[in-house]
Design a protein around this ligand. Structure first.
Ligand code: SAH
Length: 223
C-alpha cells in the first residue's frame, strides 16, 4: 500500500541520516549546530529524481549543467571552519543546488548567494521557496552573477564561502571581508589537486592564510 511504502521510505531516510551524522561526527564535525542543520535540511529535495536514493550517502552528486552538489561532509566542514554565529552575515559564491545555502540560513543572520548559471539560481530559489527557507521575511538572497565581479560595500561579510575553485584568490572577495572575517575557498587547477584555504582578514590589507585540506571542486569560471 502507498502509505506503508512512504512510511518505510521515511524510516529509511531517518536511519540513513543518523548514519551520515555519525560518520560526520567521527570525521571531525564537532559543532552541534552544524550537525543539527545537516539533520534538518532534506538533501533529497536538492537532488534530481534519479539520484535521490543517494541523498544521504557522503558523496557529491550531479545536479546538471556539469555541476555537482558537494558531499555533506565538505559542506559541513566548510561551514564549521567559517565559525559562524547567529549574527553573521555570509556571502556564498556558487549557489548550485541551494543545499549549502539552506544550511547557512539556519546558522547565521543573512546569506547572500551568487550563482553564475541562471537556471541553477532559479531552480535553487524555487526549491528553497518550496521548503520555506526563502521567503520575503527570510534571510536568504540569491543573485545571478560572477564571484569574480561581486561587489558590495567593503568590509561587509563575517564569512565568505566559495564552492568553486579559482586558480588564484580573487582580490575583490578579500575586500568584502570584515576585520576578523574568514574567506573559505578552494584554490588551484582542477586537473591537479586544489587546496582548501581559510584566509582571515587581520586588518585592511593584512591577511593570514591556513592551508587546510586537499579538495576537488568544479572550476570557478569566468563567464
Ligand atoms: N554549494 C553548492 C555547490 C555547487 S557547485 C551545492 O551545495 O550545491 C559550484 C557552483 O559554482 C556551480 O553551480 C557553478 O555554476 C558555480 N560557479 C562557478 N563559477 C562561478 C562564478 N564565477 N561565480 C558564481 N558561481 C560560479
Amino acid at each position: 500500500m502507498d502509505s506503508d511504502y512512504f512510511y518505510m521510505q521515511e524510516l529509511n531516510i531517518q536511519q540513513q541520516k543518523k548514519e551520515l551524522i555519525a560518520q560526520l561526527k567521527k570525521n571531525g564535525i564537532k559543532n552541534e549546530q552544524v550537525t543539527e542543520a545537516i539533520s534538518k535540511v532534506p538533501r533529497e529535495e536538492f537532488i534530481p529524481q534519479n539520484l535521490k536514493k543517494y541523498a544521504y550517502e557522503n558523496r557529491p552528486l550531479s545536479i546538471g549543467y556539469g555541476q555537482t552538489i558537494s558531499s555533506p561532509e565538505i559542506v559541513a566542514y566548510m561551514v564549521q571552519i567559517a565559525n559562524l554565529t547567529k549574527e553573521s552575515k555570509v556571502l556564498e559564491i556558487g549557489t548550485g543546488s541551494g543545499y549549502q545555502t539552506a544550511i547557512l540560513s539556519l546558522l547565521c543572520n543573512k546569506v547572500f548567494s551568487i550563482e553564475i548559471i541562471s537556471e541553477l539560481a532559479e531552480s535553487a530559489k524555487n526549491i528553497l521557496k518550496k521548503l520555506g527557507y526563502y521567503t520575503d521575511k527570510n534571510n536568504i538572497e540569491i543573485h545571478v552573477g560572477s564571484g569574480y565581479l561581486t561587489k558590495y560595500k567593503d568590509s561587509s561579510f563575517d564569512a565568505i564561502i566559495v564552492t568553486a575553485a579559482p586558480l588564484t584568490i580573487p582580490e575583490n572577495l578579500k575586500k568584502l571581508l570584515k576585520i576578523n572575517g574568514r574567506l573559505i575557498i578552494p584554490v588551484g587547477d582542477g586537473l591537479y589537486q586544489q587546496e582548501l584555504l581559510r584566509i582571515t582578514k587581520l586588518e585592511n590589507d593584512k591577511f593570514t592564510e591556513e592551508r587546510l585540506l586537499p579538495v576537488k571542486f568544479v572550476p570557478m569560471v569566468n563567464s
